[in-house]
Design a protein around this ligand. Structure first.
Ligand SMILES: [Zn+2]
Length: 126
């Protein structure tokens, strides 16, 4: 299944994740009614990292997974590559870790040479 989504689907995915994060915080506060502001903030900080990482993955992969309708040529031998599927790539960001699903192509002519087209995220990921 292609991970790319429409803008409204990406927004819905983010809002669902944000809603789940807030519900978690409400539940945590219910279970810890005497929590201090600092303890609440600490709990929220953990959730925030997951939300931020997920939001960036949705934003990036939702727009471009690297999948190409016509398979790109092998960078080594020039033969058309075959789409293998999506592989996960974890980027450790300042605000959270993002798991990016990238299209992955292999070349049968080169005994397993592989290629994943770079996307817009490579500029920030290095
Ligand atoms: Zn090749």
């Amino acid at each position: 299944m292609a991970p790319t989504q429409s803008r409204s689907q990406r927004k819905a995915a983010f809002l669902q994740a944000a809603s789940a994060m807030y519900e978690h915080l409400e539940g945590w506060y219910d279970a810890h009614p005497a929590a201090t502001f600092e303890e609440l903030e600490q709990e929220l900080r953990q959730q925030r990292r997951a939300l931020m990482g997920g939001a960036l993955a949705t934003l990036i992969v939702g727009r471009d997974s690297g999948y190409q309708a016509s398979a790109p040529p092998c960078p080594e031998c020039g033969q058309p590559l075959a789409f293998e599927g999506y592989r996960s790539w974890t980027v450790k960001g300042l605000e959270g870790d993002s798991v990016l699903d990238r299209a992955y192509y292999v070349c049968s002519a080169c005994a397993g040479a592989a290629f994943s087209p770079s996307g817009s995220e490579t500029g920030v990921a290095g």
